[in-house]
Design a protein around this ligand. Sequence first.
Ligand SMILES: Nc1ncnc2c1ncn2[C@@H]1O[C@H](COP(=O)(O)OP(=O)(O)OP(=O)(O)O)[C@@H](O)[C@H]1O
Length: 344
Amino acid sequence: MIRFKNVNKKYKLDKSILTAVKDVNLEINDGEIFGIIGYSGAGKSTLVRMLDGLEAPTSGSIEINGKDIAKLSSKELRSQRKKVGMIFQHFNLLWSRTIQQNIELPLEIAGVDKEQRHQKAEKLIELVGLKGRENDYPSELSGGQKQRVGIARALANDPEILISDEATSALDPQTTDEILDLLLEINKKLNLTILLITHEMHAIRKTASKVAVMQDGQVVESGNVYDIFQNPQQEITTRFVNEDDNPNAKDLSMTVDEIIKNYPNGMVIKLTFKGTQSQQPVVSQMIREFDSLELNIVEGSIHQTQGGSIGSLVLQLLGTPEDQNKAVEYLKSVNVEAEVINRG
Ligand SMILES: Nc1ncnc2c1ncn2[C@@H]1O[C@H](COP(=O)(O)OP(=O)(O)OP(=O)(O)O)[C@@H](O)[C@H]1O
């Protein structure tokens, strides 16, 4: 477990003192993906530097598995730092080294022999999906592939914690999603604790189970990602949630009148998902259950969080009126909110 206890970090400037981190208290459980979100200057990197032992808090403490990092001897700190892997926005790869050599670098520094280094790098290359590219140079890779090398290198020393510091900020949306999927896979496979530092709520929604929102050095809101998406308390959190095109923040693109005009037949219903684990089986089960039932998707916007699906789906149900009614009852019985917009 990682524990930030009343952590403050102040910097002495020429004529004043700048508080970069103020009274931060956080607990991050083993194996959890924990997001820290904030705009530039919020104090995220300062937190990370303190967690990696590069800087000490001005007051308060940061503990990893019960040990205060600031109190470790330099030898203990070196061995502790091996347990923390880092990936960065600009990858920080060595351009004169091949992919394999980049991944082997931390093992070389740790004094691991050549054969073991090779074996380990091969496994990691496979894990991050870069088999066949071992002898390429970073300049020959796309941004997403470079980040895969960064991830493999960060895992070389079998860390317990992976810090992702804006690791997807330089990538396009599709590549971002591929890297986030890889982080999720690694988290599950290796039971790795991942600290996801970002200014993108999308990255948090897709991967993290908990999140802390930082502003001016303080954690202004924290909790389960799903709850925070449903009900943000602070203005800044609402802004982040809306930036992610949150389906809760938007009404349907068609008005009810337009829906009725465009879909005059059958029954039109709006389903609202609030943390449903999977909406597809619910809908396909419903069609299978009632023989005469057919459906058209009118519109919808559903996003996935680690706590389940959120959003809404408007469906036109065709079939006997009896089956339409039974379908609505069925949806209610599986805890899906179903509002009848129109009966044709
Ligand atoms: N070594 C330092 N000396 C003085 N001030 C610093 C130092 N490091 C950070 N700061 C200040 O602390 C505040 C928090 O900076 P920090 O880099 O932690 O924010 P951030 O959320 O990581 O932003 P970014 O994403 O832009 O890096 C900023 O006002 C910054 O100018």
